[in-house]
Ligand binder design. Structure first.
Ligand code: UDP
Ligand code: MG
Length: 314
């Protein structure tokens, strides 16, 4: 079964044509399907339109948020409620084309866990959208090692076993493929169509750039150091502490053996600062270790994922 998850925030004019086109495409695939619309606190009557559609078609499911929680939360809710073994996500604004779905599914059949759409000919403004996005894609690819041209494209297909593992917070929907590296997912991308927005307004502007930069750090940390935070904090802390220690040792030497005054030297303060900051960071690292243990154990989760077992009894 295929589940299509669609976050929608004030997309009144778009959801009906999208639904109609989707059904056209999905029924030709010949598999059972469901369409899950997540109404992210729309105030323009999107929900009423969706409700109408769902009353006539049982394959359409609607989840209505109490308020606007953001696209990440909407996708997360969709993943949680999806029953299919493949989950396709797409925008509600008709910028993604349902006709690309069969191509995505083909690659999943080939064995990929995530197939990401690449809006090769993107129909969005150049300076405020395409240029920042290009830079972001390049940086995210470099930092996370998951090389994709277009992280921002919502049109993606996921094997459910991968999608259901996500715990999504903040604006993490932009990093889903990079986050899946942690699960050992096989990821690929294919070019998809993109259309200009005809109805409604884009929900994002240039202001998201700063958040994206901070999120890149977070993703890197989650991917590589989540099970060993002490190495990150402790590593930096240890270097700072050692430097501070050496500085103070040097000043002590000067004071005792040369009898020089050290009270007014900036170096003294630097050394003290380094020692204090170092101790702080090492302690933060230890606390982070404890938090990570609680995190895994409270969820009954292991820090590894097994792909297959042979002759192993559970
Ligand atoms: N969206 C949402 N909640 C939000 C913002 C956006 O569910 O808080 C949905 C929106 O309705 C659309 C998709 O996420 O279906 C992408 O949003 P948009 O088209 O505004 O982004 P853009 O294509 O301009 O990057
Ligand atoms: Mg859009």
């Amino acid at each position: 079964m295929i589940s299509v998850v669609i976050p929608a925030y004030n997309e009144r004019e778009n959801v009906t044509p999208l639904y109609e086109k989707l059904v056209e495409v999905l029924k030709d695939i010949g598999r059972e399907f469901e369409i899950i619309f997540v109404d992210d606190g729309s105030t323009d009557g999107t929900f009423e339109v969706l409700k109408n559609i769902a009353e006539k078609d049982r394959r359409v499911k609607v989840i209505k948020f109490r308020r606007n929680y953001g696209q990440t939360a909407a996708i997360y809710a969709g993943f949680d409620h999806a029953k299919g073994d493949v989950i396709v996500t797409m925008d509600a604004d008709l910028q993604n084309d349902p006709e690309d779905i069969p191509k995505l599914l083909e690659r999943i059949e080939e064995g990929y866990d995530i197939v990401s759409g690449w809006r090769k000919e993107r129909k969005d403004p150049l300076l405020t959208r395409r240029v920042p996005s290009r830079i972001a894609n390049w940086v995210i690819s470099k930092v996370t090692g998951v090389k994709l041209h277009d992280y921002g494209c919502t049109l993606k297909a996921y094997r459910s076993s991968i999608a259901k593992r996500y715990r999504l917070y903040g604006d993490m929907h932009r990093f889903l493929p990079a986050l899946a590296k942690r699960f050992g997912a096989k990821i690929t991308e294919i070019p998809v169509r993109h259309h200009p927005r005809l109805h409604g307004r884009s929900k994002y502007g240039i202001d998201r750039t700063l958040r994206v930069i901070l999120d890149i750090f977070l993703v890197k940390f989650l991917n590589e150091y989540i099970t060993k935070p002490l190495y990150v904090f402790g590593g930096v802390g240890f270097i700072m502490f050692s430097l501070g220690f050496l500085i103070e040792l040097y000043l002590t030497f000067i004071k005792i053996f040369r009898g020089e005054d050290i009270g007014g030297r900036p170096l003294l303060i630097l050394g003290v600062l380094l020692i204090l900051a170092g101790i702080q960071l090492i302690s933060t690292g230890i606390i982070a270790e404890l938090i990570v243990r609680t995190y895994y154990e409270s969820r009954g989760e292991k820090p590894y994922i097994i792909e297959e077992k042979i002759n192993v009894e559970d």
